[in-house]
Design a protein around this ligand. Structure first.
Ligand code: ATP
Ligand code: MG
Length: 367
């Protein structure tokens, strides 16, 4: 798939922008704080309905504006399609159109413009806290499986409500009456989450192992282990088995949850670890190994999406190339001869020949 045209109105620091893109590499250059990352955010949001940086939709609406618009023309599934989002700063629900027809959720545009984002923070994701790894996995899996996205939203909703019960129970013990109901739902939906993640991390790990092996000349064997609730013996087990194993963990932590007034058990604490030749990267990996493994994970994510839809997803490289040494830059650059790629950087010298150059200055294209 490729994005041929993008229109932004009152999105972040863009008042009004119309841009045509090349089907291959698009190099977005400009000084700091001119709007390069904002542009990648808009492209990512256009296809997924999710921002990789905003906590709230309102942040994406230009300060003081009534609403923001992101509109794109995309060559995908052998035809020209359009997606349009309207985002509001207040409580009003966002609006989505596909080919001029109103749609209710991002699931209705799945596969039209999937994207993989790669930014400098991702380079050290395997050394970071588990929340960062979960975010990386979820951002990919939500695009791949819209039903997972719905299950995750539901899970987080139940989790929020359960957290309120645990926080309130000392002041208002009556709330404990509804706790078992929430625990049951949490295990039901949690089992689905674990099942989706088990399959996703298995494929992701295998694809990443191939890239990492390629880079290390076969010297390092990459392996990814998905870690979930400790009572789950096999995350590929049928849903009812996962559910009862989650329930067992919940029961053994019921008292602890009440005294901590927090949800201590469930897949919201999941993580994954990478080992190289059997040695944990998080604990022992060098900087270089950690970066190569992260690149492998990103390329693997792109490959899984490509396999799913039969077309390369868009690759968004935010300031990441300049963070890499020459060998790793080449490793990435050798992979971008396929599909559409957006690269942001401040000092373009080395990259200007890669494709179309777009210079951004204070939310405008410099001509
Ligand atoms: P860098 O090279 O430092 O990464 P950048 O070109 O990627 O810079 P962006 O992160 O895209 O810069 O942000 C550019 C500017 O957008 C920031 O100065 C920020 O204040 C502004 N900005 C962010 N959100 C909004 C908003 N809702 N309304 C108006 N301006 C905003
Ligand atoms: Mg930036």
């Amino acid at each position: 798939m490729n994005l041929s045209k993008l229109t932004l109105r009152d999105f972040r620091n863009y008042v009004n922008l119309e841009l045509d893109f090349a089907p291959g590499v698009n190099l977005i250059v400009g000084d700091n704080a001119q709007g390069k990352t904002n542009l990648l955010e808009a492209i990512g949001y256009l296809g997924s309905g999710k921002s990789f940086r905003a906590q709230k939709t309102a942040e994406m609406v230009r300060f003081g504006a009534e609403f923001a618009e992101i509109e794109g023309e995309i060559q995908a599934q052998e035809r020209l399609q359009s997606i349009r989002w309207v985002l509001f700063p207040g409580a009003r629900r966002r609006m989505l159109q596909r080919n001029g027809v109103k749609k209710s959720t991002a699931a209705d545009i799945a596969g039209v413009l999937p994207s993989v984002l790669f930014c400098p923070e991702d380079l050290m994701v395997l050394k970071a806290g588990s929340a960062q790894r979960r975010r990386l996995g979820d951002y990919a899996l939500c695009q791949l499986r819209p039903k997972y996205d719905a299950a995750l939203t539901e899970y987080n909703r139940i989790l929020d409500q359960k957290s309120c019960i645990l926080k309130e129970h000392l002041d208002n013990p009556a709330v404990l009456e509804i706790l078992p109901e929430y625990n049951t739902r949490l295990c039901q939906v949690g089992a689905q989450i674990i099942s989706y993640r088990a399959r996703f991390y298995d494929s992701l790990g295998k694809a990443a192992a191939a890239y990492h092996g390629q880079f290390s000349g076969g010297a390092e064997e990459f392996s990814l282990q998905y870690k979930t609730v400790s009572t789950v013996t096999d995350p590929f087990a049928p849903l009812d088995v996962l559910r009862s194993q989650m329930e067992a963990h919940l029961q053994s932590h019921a008292k602890a949850e009440l005294s901590a007034m927090q949800c201590l058990t469930g897949p919201h604490k999941d993580d994954f670890d990478v080992t190289l030749n059997g040695i944990s990267l998080k604990s022992y990996g060098s900087q270089g190994q950690t970066r190569t493994a992260a690149i492998s994970l990103k390329l693997a994510q792109r490959e899984l999406m490509g396999r799913e839809w039969g077309e390369e997803p868009v690759l968004l490289l935010d300031d990441v190339l300049s963070e890499l040494d020459a060998k790793r830059q080449d490793f990435v650059l050798n992979q971008i001869d396929r599909g559409q790629v957006f690269i942001t950087c401040c000092e373009p010298e080395r990259f200007t020949k890669l494709g179309k150059n777009i210079e951004i200055q204070s939310g405008n294209v410099k001509v």
